[in-house]
Design a protein around this ligand. Structure first.
Ligand code: HEM
Length: 275
């Protein structure tokens, strides 16, 4: 059914996604950040050698991907999108989750990310165990540059693309009941910006004193960085790009749009019918 749809149909879905982004009482008042995270985690399981994982199939609805600790909290993101799916039942979950990510980025002030529909969903009846990526493919926030490179090189990204992608941490926050970490990366967690890079470089990050997992905070304990975020200033090759994006917002926006668009395409198999 989706094959007969036009660009205007997808624009109508995007418009309805924009309309549900503001949610007073939830986090910082927007569900945009958690939708960006859903699109990323749905896609970031891709392994280019075995050509498994990725957003196609919307396999996060099935175990063991659904119960991967790395995906804790994304059940909320998926539930937020259910009314959109109910209104536009023809769209696949795989397209809906990725479209929601790019729509949220743009609505929060970020760049327009290239996005193409055509993903299909696996169903309980059609899904095979080998269609569902194993746990452990998404990055572990407690680790440093070698681990980050392992994960993102497995998907086919360069150092520059990895740093650009991490700029998404300009929005959103960590939740103790999800990852165990706590707090936002920036003072404007519902506005997409290059603040993440500026703060990485300008703040004196100290280890947070608490009985939670090791993380870093500014001296007022208002902002946070994960050990995996600080890896981007401890590693010289990564730091070069952090410095570039802190200075040049346009370069960051252009590189983020290209890299996020590439991420959402990983492993997508399309039939002949395209928009
Ligand atoms: C080294 C790679 C990465 C690590 C270790 C990492 C880790 C994390 C962690 C621990 C959280 C907190 C989850 C929670 O408690 O709710 C988080 C949130 C988030 N991440 Fe990442 N992340 C990485 C890369 C990315 C990438 C590539 C993107 C998108 C392009 C992204 C987008 C987000 C967003 C938007 C949030 C906020 C979610 C919310 O507010 O609910 N992250 N990340």
């Amino acid at each position: 059914m989706a094959a007969t749809k036009t660009a205007a149909d997808y624009e109508a879905v995007a418009k309805d996604i924009v309309a549900i982004l503001d949610r007073p009482g939830y986090d910082d008042g927007s569900i945009g950040p958690v939708l960006v995270r859903l699109a990323w985690h749905a896609s970031g399981t891709y392994d280019r050698k075995s050509k498994t994982g990725g957003s196609d199939g919307a396999t996060m609805r099935f175990k063991p991907e659904a119960t991967d600790g790395a995906n804790a909290g994304l059940e909320h993101a998926r539930a937020f999108l259910e009314p959109i799916k109910a209104k536009h039942p023809w769209i696949s979950y795989a397209d809906l989750w990725t479209l929601a990510g790019v729509t949220a980025v743009e609505a929060m002030g970020g760049p327009k990310v290239p996005w193409t529909p055509g993903r299909t969903d696996k169903t309980e009846a059609t899904v095979k165990a080998t269609d569902i990526p194993p746990n452990g493919r998404l990055p572990d926030a407690a680790q440093g540059a070698p681990h980050i490179r392992d994960v993102f090189y497995r998907m086919g990204f360069t150092d520059r693309e990895i740093v650009a992608l991490l700029g998404a941490h300009s929005v959103g926050r960590c939740h103790t009941d999800r990852s165990g970490y706590s707090g936002p990366w920036t003072y404007t967690p519902t506005r997409f910006s290059n603040q993440y890079f500026k703060l990485l470089l300008s703040v004196k990050w100290v280890e947070k004193k608490w009985d939670g997992p090791k993380q870093f905070v500014d001296e007022d304990d208002e902002l946070m960085m994960l050990p995996g975020d600080l890896a981007f200033i401890l590693d010289g090759e990564f730091k070069k790009y952090v410095e570039l994006y802190a200075k040049d917002k346009d370069a960051f926006y252009a590189d983020f749009a290209a890299a996020f668009g590439k991420l959402l395409e990983l492993g997508v198999k399309r039939g002949k019918t395209k928009l």
